[in-house]
Design a protein around this ligand. Structure first.
Ligand code: MG
Length: 259
């Protein structure tokens, strides 16, 4: 019996140590990540009325509101866990993971609509955080940036940790918003070296927020961006940030034109 209790005590001690180590690792990563946060200049607020656009005749519709048949879960390639309601709105199910398009894309024009929850939960990076990862790697940030101070290279319209948006064109929580994006895929030499970088132009709610900026490499929250060779076409990924204050955001009307 004594041996049993000693084993239990030792197991608890090991679990406590492992958890303490995990917490220490997370804390030290957060300190490293803070070094790449920029808090100024704060983009000027700009408003617009009606930026919504239907899919052009030659577009591939990725989210029409019927189902998630064009998507799957990124991590294990199983069925996407997000929910589509009767109104054709797709909402993130917290913790269900990122979703990835079945089809792979290179250079493209993308239209996407999203809505931050009307009831605000969380603040800064935990308020309605998602993201559009071109080629599964290069993130255009999705965040509720309406009166929500955060580091400006991480607010809505930013190329996360790379480029601050030119202005803050965010609509109020609960209102639908749009991104219209022109993305140019990077090219690599056969030996894996970068030949030409990726470029991105972004209109947010009809307002230019990124003007043909040169993407610096893979999006990373705590490391310097760097290019890693990949295929000419890769799937599009939508982020389940997973650490939000509680209310996940919604998407609808996503279409893409290959360039
Ligand atoms: Mg994000």
């Amino acid at each position: 019996m004594k041996r049993f209790f000693l084993t239990v005590t030792a197991t608890i001690a090991i679990i406590t140590l492992v958890n303490a180590q995990k917490k220490a690792n997370q804390d030290s990563l957060e300190k490293v990540a803070a070094k790449t946060e920029l808090w100024e200049p704060v983009p000027t607020v700009v408003s617009t009325k009606n930026p919504f656009v239907d899919a052009p005749s030659d577009a591939i519709v990725l989210m029409s509101g019927k189902d998630l048949n064009s998507w799957h879960k990124e991590s294990d390639k199983k069925a996407a866990g997000w929910k589509v309601d009767k109104e054709g709105i797709t909402t993130i199910v917290k913790g269900s993971g990122n979703i990835e398009s079945n089809q792979a894309f290179g250079s493209c024009q993308l239209h996407i609509e999203w809505r931050e929850p009307a009831v605000i939960a969380g603040s800064s990076q935990t308020r309605g955080n998602s993201g559009i990862f071109f080629m599964g790697r290069y993130e255009l940030q999705v965040l509720d940036s309406y009166n929500n101070p955060t580091y400006v290279n991480g607010q809505a319209g930013s190329i996360y940790k790379q480029f601050i948006p030119l202005v803050n064109a965010s609509k109020k929580p609960g209102e639908w918003q749009t991104y219209d994006i022109v993305f140019t895929a990077p090219e690599f030499y056969a030996d894996g070296r970068l030949q030409t970088p990726a470029y991105i132009t972004v209109l947010m709610n009809g307002v230019l927020v990124q003007n043909h900026v040169e993407i610096k490499g893979n999006t990373d929250w705590y490391k310097t961006p760097k290019y890693y060779a990949h295929k000419e076409k890769e799937p599009l990924v939508l982020q389940d940030h997973g650490m939000d204050g509680g209310n996940p955001l919604s998407y609808r009307n996503i279409w893409i034109r290959e360039l």
